[in-house]
Design a protein around this ligand. Structure first.
Ligand SMILES: [Zn+2]
Length: 390
């Protein structure tokens, strides 16, 4: 059973001395229960606290039989010192209070219901039941939220009777004996068992980042407080390092990337020009060394693309017929083609080669090609085929 823990009413109550009252051994260590605990246990959209019991890391937390159990490596006894990780407590509390603030504004002013809260190590947000949302609305919300933060309204924790609570919210069935609510001025009154900042200035600032459409509404992402500083710091660091590598001022990073892409495009074009010239020279030399009209050969110093252009140059410009294989990085590519002086059917011959070596491909009676995994013996097979053609 989960009880209301009064220590959660003070966000900076993060250490306590308390006596061990129960200890349960399990595979990962020992679950330790104390008379009291300042540790927050996951619930209501807020993650569990991190921290230590007598300098031992608390690996997990749970409520059981009305007590909070802390999982640690060693069996503790007597009075132990509880210490919650203050920086982490601050961040998640700022986020949770900011979620209450923004959702309160969106509920009351825009009649958009809250669907869910979310947050991770770099950003936070809420899914809201808006039917439409855009950048102008996001900017408006940001200004409103920050105006409330400047007003520094108190974030009150109240323990209402059922009747009092019902005046503000529709209560769902609950097993709690006691009710706890959060009240922020006239914009938020909600049942909540989480830790809250004492007043809005502790959120420091909200920056709305982006939004995306969901099936139920919109997910709206924001940064606030310490998380805003951390995330922007990291993003700035990443951007600075890119700008440095691009040798441009930070704000001109995009222009730097454009320049790099254009240079790459020009370099690729130049590479292609050199390749074309190389293949033309290659074809000329090959035509000179193979005086016969039918060339049967294995090429292993060109890539497949260069090889196929070599083949078309040989057929077109030098009137050669070909039964050639290219061996490039464990792949084989076969081209069978003929000049007008010969009459064999290239596609029919390729079919035989394809069947023998499990190649994919095809073509016309004048030129057919395709390939697959390289294996020794392809050239010898092409040489056998050539014997019947001459
Ligand atoms: Zn809450």
């Amino acid at each position: 059973m989960r009880l209301l823990n009064r220590y959660y009413d003070d966000w900076m109550k993060t250490s306590l001395q308390s006596k061990v009252i129960d200890r349960i051994k399990e595979e990962r260590g020992y679950w330790i229960a104390c008379e009291e605990s300042v540790f927050y246990v996951e619930g209501g959209g807020m993650a569990s606290d991190r921290g230590t019991l007598n300098d031992l890391t608390v690996k997990a937390l749970k409520w059981e039989n009305g007590h909070i159990y802390h999982l640690v490596e060693e069996p503790l006894e007597g009075v132990v010192t509880q210490q919650v990780d203050v920086a982490y407590r601050r961040i998640k509390t700022q986020i949770h209070s900011a979620q209450h603030l923004m959702c309160g504004i969106m509920n009351k002013r825009y009649h958009a219901p809250t669907i869910s809260f979310f947050n991770d190590a770099v950003e936070a947000g809420a899914e809201m039941g808006f039917t439409a949302f855009d950048h102008a609305l996001m900017d408006e919300l940001e200004q409103l939220c920050n105006a409330y933060i400047c007003m520094d309204l108190p974030v009150e924790i109240v323990y209402p009777t059922k009747e009092e609570a019902l005046r503000h919210v529709a209560l769902e069935k609950t097993d709690h004996e006691e009710l706890r609510a959060v009240k922020i001025g006239d914009i938020d009154y909600n049942m909540c068992g989480c830790v809250q900042v004492p007043s809005l200035r502790h959120i420091q600032m909200i920056k709305f980042q982006r939004f995306e459409k969901t099936t139920r509404g919109y997910r709206i992402y924001f940064l606030c407080g310490d998380q805003l500083l951390h995330t922007y710091g990291k993003q700035l660091e990443a951007l600075s390092s890119c700008a440095k590598k691009l040798a441009v001022p930070l704000l001109e990073s995009a222009a730097g990337v454009d320049r790099l892409q254009n240079e790459l495009k020009a370099a690729k074009q130049e590479e292609q020009n050199w390749k074309n010239q190389y293949v033309e020279l290659y074809a000329k030399q090959m035509a000179e060394t193979h005086q016969e009209p039918l060339i049967v050969a294995e090429i292993d110093d060109l890539d497949t693309k260069m090889f196929t252009s070599l083949c078309s140059i040989l057929v077109r410009n030098y009137e050669k017929s070909l039964l050639c294989v290219c061996h490039h990085e464990a792949r084989a590519h076969v081209v069978i083609a003929h000049a007008p002086s010969m009459t064999f059917k290239a596609n029919a011959l390729f079919q035989q080669v394809g069947k023998r070596f499990a190649f994919k491909g095809g073509g016309s009676p004048f030129m057919a090609q395709g390939g697959g995994a390289y294996e020794a013996g392809i050239l010898a097979y092409l040489q056998e085929l050539a014997k019947d053609l001459t």
